[in-house]
Ligand binder design. Structure first.
Ligand SMILES: CC(C)(COP(=O)(O)OP(=O)(O)OC[C@H]1O[C@@H](n2cnc3c(N)ncnc32)[C@H](O)[C@@H]1OP(=O)(O)O)[C@@H](O)C(=O)NCCC(=O)NCCS
Length: 338
């Protein structure tokens, strides 16, 4: 780890959503499912799906523009870190598209692909680059379009009901900006690739020879995400709890010091169980899953944006964030509101 010399602050959270709202009842018109099943098992009531012409990078750019608009005139973005599992193209990643669409100078554009932990991975990397003085202001974006990559038939219902499209962003800087700022107190990240196949999208990829994609794979639905839901659920609860306690302890805190828990949004029951294990009460958990479903790398910045809008933060609050997802990857971040 580099020697920490400057404190990173997350400023100017913003979000973007596609225009098509899909309720559980609407899903039930083309998938054998029900509002009752989805609400009871996941907490999700609706999600937003793109229409033609909206892409992961266009959502990312919309959110990022709102973040940049909140900065004072003359503030330069020195780098971009973009997290997504659903880029517009196989390559290049969306970082360069964001750079171009925003009309930024030729700053570096990192692409992070750690799925539901992507935003936390981006924040740890950005935090290190700010604290070591490499950059002054880094645009961090998490964005996804899931709706065009899922099996939206009954065959894929375990996945299709869970995911939504959207984007969230912030500017990580070495100083506080106007409005609420979030001092990045610390992060802790993990991975365990032994579980890679428990939540994955197998094809197309370079594992196949001589061609990555065949008609048969498409017919068999092998181009859609697959998940061992129960195993993911159990591991999410265990790892999000453990990493939260570990990160808090590293910084001399316990869970009783936490004001607000703003976790990744995969399932309301996962977050309720983690909060219970941490000894937090329901009112300390910030949830957006009911409105957006799981937007993967975008859930946490969307959560921050909504929480700012709703006045959920008070200066001095200690905010805990945690995530778990495909990889498996997981982690936590701790912020102080200033
Ligand atoms: C996916 C998840 C909601 C499923 O909940 P569950 O309680 O484990 O449900 P199961 O998978 O055991 O399925 C129970 C039944 O509901 C059915 N079912 C599955 N999806 C359904 C749907 N969308 N609508 C209606 N019924 C459904 C199953 O076929 C099964 O039927 P059966 O009992 O007749 O076999 C849950 O496992 C989960 O949230 N896992 C973690 C997901 C996650 O976090 N993913 C992303 C990580 S970032």
């Amino acid at each position: 780890m580099p020697v920490k010399s400057r404190t990173p602050y997350a400023n100017s959270f913003a979000m973007a959503l596609p225009d098509r709202e899909i309720s559980n009842d609407e899903l039930s018109t083309f998938i054998d499912t029900s509002d009752e099943w989805i609400s009871k098992r996941t907490g999700i009531k609706k999600r937003y799906w793109v229409s033609e012409g909206t892409t992961t990078s266009s959502l990312a750019v919309e959110a990022a523009s709102k973040s940049i608009d909140q900065l004072s005139n003359g503030t330069q973005i020195d780098a971009i870190i973009a997290a997504t599992l659903s880029p517009d193209y196989s390559f290049p990643g969306i970082g360069v598209q964001i750079q171009d669409a925003l009309g930024l100078p030729p700053v570096p554009a990192y692409d992070v692909r750690n799925q539901c932990s992507g935003f936390l991975y981006a924040m740890e990397m950005g935090g290190a680059l700010i604290s070591t003085g490499v950059y002054e202001n880094i645009l961090i974006v998490g964005a996804e379009v899931h709706s065009t990559g899922m099996d939206k038939t009954t065959r894929g219902r375990d996945i299709a009901v869970l995911f939504g499209d959207g984007a969230g962003s912030c500017i990580l800087s070495h100083g506080k900006r106007s409005g609420l700022s979030f001092e990045l107190v610390g992060t802790e990240l993990h991975s365990d690739g032994a579980y890679a196949k428990e939540l994955w999208c197998e094809h197309p990829g370079s594992v196949l020879f001589p061609d990555r994609l065949t008609e048969e794979l498409v017919r068999e639905g092998k181009v859609f995400p697959e998940m061992n839901g129960r195993l993911v659920f159990e591991n999410a609860v265990r790892h999000m709890t453990e990493v939260s306690l570990s990160l808090l302890a590293k910084h001399g805190y316990g869970s009783s010091d936490v004001s607000l828990f703003l976790p990744h949004q995969a399932n309301l029951r996962i977050n309720t169980m983690v909060a219970q294990k941490l000894g937090l009460n329901e009112s300390q958990v910030f949830s957006t899953i009911q409105d957006y479903g799981n937007t993967t790398a975008a859930t946490i910045p969307i959560g921050f944006t909504r929480a700012v809008e709703e006045g959920a933060f008070t200066s001095g609050d200690l905010v805990l964030s945690a995530a778990f997802g495909s990889g498996f990857t997981w982690g936590a971040a701790l912020y102080r509101v200033v």
